[in-house]
Write a protein that binds this ligand. Structure first.
Ligand code: F6R
Length: 367
């Protein structure tokens, strides 16, 4: 049921305050100052003694994994590698029984992710699942796991499952960091309070940017290319923004770490190149300012996602989307929301079938 929304995708975008909240419910206990996750706690020794964590996934879930790497390395100080399941399974990777493998999958049925997990299991790794579909194949084969409680995701383009995956990865990173002593109590307490405030911030973004983003989308219906740029935690958010646009609107889009621009993609920039740039205050802001200057010097059209009250990037940008400030590590959760809306409306105005994009399936059960 689309509950009055024109498409499942739009409904699911709007469900995110609830789906993120549901994913934290019973786990994030701010008053008590604890994160409860049975899947982690019951196997805490495996995580504590892990040489490294390997995250495997495909598509959007892989983007969540990249952000998971930043989170876990920053707060738990455990080395993390993130791999496409399809590459991992065929390249004879080194896996030992000291490794923890985390698979991220909305459907829990992705063939490549499943095969990669089987391989890791054979080699003795401890395997952990972050799935949305309860009792799915991946959920069943893993030694332990945490479900994202996003509810059924019908739109083929993943939206609420992605932000729920980021929520789980945040909880895991903070929990492990607190447990192994890398994250002090004061920092832990302020981070969990920030995380707890995310559903409300998503709600604010949805109401404050919905109309604005529709208007921006109208100006880009005939675009043939897009670049998405971000740094740090928002580099994977840029990759995800680009993936959303290409899969539903069929406009070619690429995500890049902003600083990589000068190593090639800058050659593409002219007055016909729209560039979405994610530029929150916390997170290499000054560096982003100079990236925007470089783009404007070449007449690129900048659509900037900035924090409320931003001036520097905003003054240089052609379009400005404001979002509330949060900790850098949670900013992709909030910043992704207007990018989902942008992809959605561009696709809708192009007359595309947003819920069922051509050539794509909701669960990829063949390799
Ligand atoms: C993108 C999308 C795909 C999936 C990928 C993995 O919007 O939906 O890229 O993210 O096929 O699917 P799961 O998470 O079900 O393993």
């Amino acid at each position: 049921e689309k509950s009055g929304y024109e498409h499942f995708m739009l409904k699911e975008i709007f469900e995110q305050p609830k789906s993120v909240h549901d994913t934290m419910r019973g786990r994030l206990l701010v008053e008590e100052g604890v994160i409860k996750m049975a899947g982690i706690w019951d196997h805490i020794e495996r995580f504590k003694n892990a040489n490294r964590i390997i995250i495997i996934a495909c598509g959007t879930s892989w983007h969540a994994g990249l952000i998971g790497e930043y989170l876990i390395e920053e707060y738990a100080r455990i080395p993390v590698e993130v791999e496409y399941a399809s590459e991992f399974r065929y390249r004879n990777p080194i896996i030992t029984d000291k490794d923890v493998v985390i698979a991220i999958s909305q459907s829990g049925e992705t063939a490549d992710t499943m095969a990669a997990l089987k391989l890791a299991k054979e080699k003795g790794a401890f395997i952990y699942g972050i799935c949305n579909v309860v009792d799915s194949s991946i959920a069943r084969i893993t030694d332990a796991g945490s479900y994202t409680h996003a509810g059924p995701e019908i739109g083929v383009a993943s939206t609420k499952a992605f932000t729920a995956q980021l929520t789980i990865l945040s909880l895991i990173a903070l929990k492990l960091g607190k447990h192994n002593g890398n994250l002090g109590n004061a920092d832990f307490m302020s981070l969990i309070a920030e995380l707890d405030a995310i559903p409300k911030k998503i709600e604010d973004v949805l109401s404050s940017t919905h109309e604005l983003v529709q208007n921006i989308a109208k100006d880009f219906v005939n675009a043939t290319n897009f670049l998405y740029l971000g740094r740090g935690y928002n580099y994977p958010a840029a990759l995800e923004g680009a993936l959303k646009l290409k899969e539903i609107s069929y406009i070619h889009a690429e995500g890049y770490p902003a600083a990589e621009m000068k190593h090639g993609p800058i050659a593409l920039i002219d007055e016909n190149m729209p560039i979405v740039i994610i530029a929150p205050k916390k997170g290499h802001y000054d560096k982003i300012v100079s990236n925007v200057q470089e783009i404007k010097a070449r007449k690129g059209k900048v659509i900037a996602v900035v924090n409320n009250g931003d001036t520097q990037v905003s003054e240089m940008s052609d379009y400005v989307i404001e979002i509330p400030e949060t900790s850098e590590c949670f900013s992709p959760i909030v910043a992704s929301v207007p990018l989902q809306l942008l992809a959605y409306y561009i696709a809708v105005y192009r007359g595309a079938n947003v819920d069922q994009p051509r050539n794509l399936a909701k669960s990829v059960t063949v390799e």
